[in-house]
Design a protein around this ligand. Structure first.
Ligand SMILES: Cc1cc2nc3c(=O)[nH]c(=O)nc-3n(C[C@H](O)[C@H](O)[C@H](O)COP(=O)(O)OP(=O)(O)OC[C@H]3O[C@@H](n4cnc5c(N)ncnc54)[C@H](O)[C@@H]3O)c2cc1C
Length: 304
């Protein structure tokens, strides 16, 4: 029985877990940076729109982990990976030993590095926790400001507009099919220089030309960066922060694999993989690991 550690529990991490469960016989530990079971991030817009209920987002429930004897560590960020000693360190200092590790830590959207970025009402897009908070915040929002990824801003603006919110989008370039109206304005030649508030409460954003826009909701949708801070002190090969893998999803360490948005082939990252592609990569990583384990098992049997 091998100890297999999966870091990240979204499309690719969950697909890796599902492939392991399907074969059975190994000790599986999943560390998730989020306080939930696996869910589908690609449905978050529909959740905000109200066309999907929260429970419809989930791919697996508590019973999946319990019945398959999977140790799921929620809200349990890996802060260091020692590939040579095959050991991961969690933010609470706990250490996890592994025989094989699958990195499925995806991407994240850091808040822009401007004064006031930590005020209440400023959110980074991409997790259920932030989507819950954004949805709640809409009750008190008249004008929302969106920045970052133009296409995501446009989709989110359409949803907020349908809820009769005014929207200001600060992003570039403007999508060719964008049509401004009295609710939605696109500002593509300026950036946000400051987030203004009273105490911790958000009141406005200040643009690079000095103009202020009153708002009680700011959502940052990009750019997306690889979630690989925990690999900084390792010699795992990275390209622009993404983990370089071969065709079987193996990194330059033979017992460490990567899949999904965090993984890149031949030095060229694809930041937003389709969830089915991310899932297929997770399953492929596990197939490679299981084939290798079966091979070493039959070698041992031949020797004895
Ligand atoms: C129509 C459409 C809409 C989409 N909308 C979105 C969207 O709104 N938001 C979005 O993010 N993607 C979206 N996607 C992209 C898609 O969901 C991703 O391609 C998919 O989520 C990739 O999954 P992943 O497993 O590689 O990584 P991710 O989904 O990024 O998940 C990585 C997980 O790893 C966890 N993690 C990161 N670092 C650590 C650590 N150190 N320790 C433990 N856990 C860690 C994170 O908390 C996260 O849960 C969309 C795709 C499509 C096709």
């Amino acid at each position: 029985m091998a100890k297999i550690l999966i870091i990240g529990n979204s499309s690719s991490g969950h697909a890796a877990v599902a492939a392991l469960v399907h074969k059975g016989g190994h000790e599986i530990t999943v560390v998730s940076g989020e306080p939930f079971c696996a869910y589908r991030k690609e449905l978050l817009l529909e959740y905000i729109a109200g066309t999907k209920k929260e429970k419809e987002l989930f791919i697996a429930g508590d019973d999946f982990y319990r019945s398959n004897k999977i140790a799921l560590i929620q809200d349990g960020e890996v802060v260091r990976l020692d590939a040579k000693r095959r050991r991961a360190t969690l933010k609470d200092g706990a250490k996890l030993a592994f025989d094989y590790c699958v990195i499925a830590s995806g991407t994240k959207v850091p808040l822009p590095d401007v004064p006031g970025k930590n005020k209440d009402g400023v959110f980074s897009w991409g997790t259920l926790r932030s989507a819950q908070a954004i949805k709640q915040r809409l009750d008190i929002t008249h004008t929302a400001c969106l920045m970052g990824d133009p296409l995501l801003c446009k989709s989110l603006a359409g949803i907020l507009r349908a809820k009769s919110k005014e929207v200001r989008i600060i992003a570039s370039p403007v999508p060719v099919d964008f049509a401004a109206d009295e609710f939605v304005e696109w500002i593509d030649s300026l950036t946000v220089s400051e987030i203004i508030g009273e105490g911790v409460e958000l009141r406005a954003i200040k643009l690079s030309n000095g103009k202020a826009i009153g708002t009680s909701l700011v959502v940052c949708t990009g750019p997306r960066l690889a979630s690989t801070d925990f690999l900084k002190e390792t010699d795992i090969a990275l390209a622009s922060g993404f983990v370089v893998v071969d065709n079987s999803m193996r990194t330059n360490h033979e017992r460490v694999f990567a899949c999904g948005n965090v993984a890149c082939f031949q030095q060229s990252p694809v930041v937003n993989k389709d969830p089915s592609v991310a899932g297929a990569e997770g399953a492929l990583a596990v197939t490679t690991i299981l084939t290798e384990l079966e091979g070493s098992q039959s070698l041992c049997q031949q020797k004895s």
